[in-house]
Design a protein around this ligand. Structure first.
Ligand code: UDP
Ligand code: MG
Length: 347
């Protein structure tokens, strides 16, 4: 059975006292939306999502809205809507933590087999959700939206975003046109493994790629904001850059840090020792003075830096082991298990 058929199939909806309840404890689809001061958008958004899913015979779904400490009454409206609708679940955070944390909270509370994320400001079109789902059917683990005709300010938003996308592609090796697009679909096992920090939600494809996911993108619609204001400006570029460095670090060093640090450490120490030996020969062999030679300082720095890099590599190696073992994280990811008995056999 294909993924989107199983998403559609879901358990029946029963009506009790005019209220509808989904019987399924695991819906096929969870739509996760971070909400920060989007009170005017909320009712339109939820209506549009429900309409798009029902039009495509997707019955087994839930909408998980995470209120990220809004101050404009979004939380109150969300609570009221969640009481009225059986397809809506509200997660109200204690304060404003930022979009990444809000999405992470959504992932933790989502129960669906497939998770779709989108913005709460109606800039994404819920009509694109079925397109993403059918792409997952083709065997992908993550389908990212590409806002081909993006409706945001040119200089402050589009330009930095272009540069960022290019850079992220170079560093991570995952070539997508539009990392920043929130409209994405994931198989839920994938996000269950990912821990998000900083502004890392835009690097989800890169993190997923490190976890061995199959990734693709499709063009999606994008509209200007109708209500409310964007929560970001140019300052985001800086934070994204810092996160990019973290990702590059994780990607290269996560499993074998000593391979990298150890190599540079050894290289630097050996170079320092070689220069030192040359200077020793000059002093004692040729009786030349070496006190005022910059090369002497260079040799000392190389040896010191080399030893430090080496120790740093060893520490990183210990940290990496703690990281993997404390979470019971294997260093590999299995896509499928085949065979009559996929469990362990005794003796
Ligand atoms: N958002 C959030 N917490 C924040 C900032 C933003 O949950 O601290 C939500 C916001 O409500 C919206 C989404 O993240 O649903 C994207 O924000 P925005 O539309 O301002 O970003 P842009 O589309 O301008 O990049
Ligand atoms: Mg927006």
């Amino acid at each position: 059975m294909s993924l989107s058929t199983s998403v559609r199939k879901g358990l029946p909806i029963v009506k009790t006292d005019g209220e509808e309840w989904l019987l399924s404890s695991q819906p096929g689809l969870s739509v996760v939306i971070p909400i920060y001061n989007e009170v005017e958008n909320l009712p339109h958004l939820i209506h549009a999502i429900a309409l798009s899913l029902q039009d495509n015979q997707i019955d087994s779904y839930e909408i998980v809205c995470v209120d990220d400490g809004s101050s404009d009454g979004s939380a109150e409206l969300l609570k009221q809507l969640a009481r009225e609708r059986s397809d809506l679940r509200a997660v109200i955070l204690r304060r404003n933590y930022g979009q990444t944390a809000a999405m992470s909270a959504g992932f933790h509370h989502a129960r669906g087999k497939v998770i779709v994320t989108l913005d709460g400001d109606l800039q994404n079109d819920p009509k694109d959700i079925p397109l993403l789902l059918s792409k997952l059917d083709d065997g992908y683990d993550l389908v990212s939206g590409w806002r081909k005709e993006r409706q945001d300010a040119k200089v402050t938003r589009l330009l930095p975003s272009r540069i960022a996308n290019w850079l992220i592609g170079k560093v991570t090796g995952v070539k997508l046109h539009d990392y920043g697009c929130s409209l994405k679909a994931y198989r839920s096992e994938l996000v269950a493994d990912l821990n998000l920090y900083g502004e890392l939600h835009r690097f989800l494809p890169a993190l997923a790629f490190i976890e061995g996911a199959r990734i693709t993108e499709i063009p999606v619609s994008h509209y200007p904001r109708r209500y409310g204001r964007s929560k970001y400006g140019l300052d985001r570029t800086f934070r994204v850059l810092m996160d990019l460095i973290t990702i590059a670090f994780i990607k290269t060093f996560l499993t074998r840090p000593m391979h990298v640090f150890g190599f540079f450490g050894l290289f630097s120490t050996l170079a320092g020792i070689a220069i030192g030996a040359y200077l020793t020969f000059l002093k004692y062999g040729l009786q030349e003075g070496i006190r005022d030679r910059p090369l002497l300082i260079f040799a000392v720095v190389l040896i010191l830096a080399g030893v430090q890099l080496f120790c740093f590599g060893l520490l990183a190696e210990m940290l990496m082991r703690t990281y993997h073992e404390a979470q019971g994280r294997p260093i590999y990811r299995v896509r499928e298990l085949l065979g009559s008995d996929s469990g362990k056999t005794v003796s």
